[in-house]
Ligand binder design. Structure first.
Ligand SMILES: [Zn+2]
Ligand SMILES: [Zn+2]
Length: 244
């Protein structure tokens, strides 16, 4: 199932690997729609839960200061959790909790954070997610400095993990990108069978202007992932005019 979903994106990735994602996105007539965020919710970085702003486990891996800043900056009206959350497993691990019950902790955590702030809480079941429940097929992590990006809203964009870099410190955002890499290369992701130097995992910076884009790509370059050319840094600009 993961392989099948991955192969559905082969043509897009062929073009992206060959021409770069900036050139590829310029061929998408509806790209602008990917930047018209409707939902004001905080969601997981998981490619199965597009829409809203994104952090691992909706912010579950942040410390208190990072989390307060994230909520203050994103001003959401809803907090979500989802089934089969990899970040929740990391959370359980870090807190010495039962990993088998990680979904339970994720729900508890998200509901608590929502209640505390008077926000709505919503759980996303596997059947309502945009990926097969067995794992992740995303071969891209979008590193979004615009804060409004949703790959699912524009036809032709590949599914991807999303890190809402705009609302995080560079240090924390890079930790998130690193979590995305661990998931993609782990046994719930494409792994090294489907990710290679020829077909690398992409860290994709998204920015409003060329200067920001160059900075975001440089920032991603600081990530010591130890996977060589199996990981490639790329990036594209949010389209400017209505016509794009
Ligand atoms: Zn998750
Ligand atoms: Zn996972």
């Amino acid at each position: 199932m993961i392989e099948k979903r991955s192969h559905a994106e082969d043509a897009a990735y062929q073009a992206i690997y060959r021409d770069g994602i900036d050139a590829y996105t310029k061929t998408l007539p509806r790209l602008r729609q990917a930047f018209e965020l409707e939902k004001k919710c905080v969601s997981c970085m998981d490619e199965g839960t597009p829409g809203g702003t994104h952090a691992a486990g909706s912010g579950m891996l942040m410390n208190d200061v990072e989390l307060e800043q994230y909520f203050a900056a994103t001003k959401p009206d809803e907090v979500t959790s989802h089934e089969g959350c990899g970040a929740a497993k990391l959370y359980a691990e870090a807190h010495g909790l039962d990993i088998e019950r990680s979904d339970h902790y994720a729900q508890e955590w998200a509901k608590h954070e929502a209640d505390k702030r008077g926000l709505r809480y919503r759980h996303i079941a596997a059947a309502d997610m945009e990926r097969p429940s067995e794992g992740h097929f995303a071969r891209t992590c979008y590193y979004d400095t615009t804060g409004t990006f949703n790959w699912d809203a524009a036809e032709g964009l590949a599914a991807g993990f999303v890190v809402s870099r705009k609302y995080m410190t560079p240090e924390y955002a890079l930790r998130e990108a690193s979590v995305a890499l661990d998931i993609a290369f782990g046994d719930h992701g494409l792994g090294t069978k489907l990710l290679s130097e020829e077909k690398p995992f992409l860290l994709v910076a998204i920015a409003e202007d060329a200067k920001q884009l160059a900075e975001a790509k440089k920032e991603l370059g600081r990530l010591a992932h130890g996977r060589g050319k199996q990981v490639r840094i790329d990036g594209f600009l949010k389209p400017r005019s209505e016509k794009n």
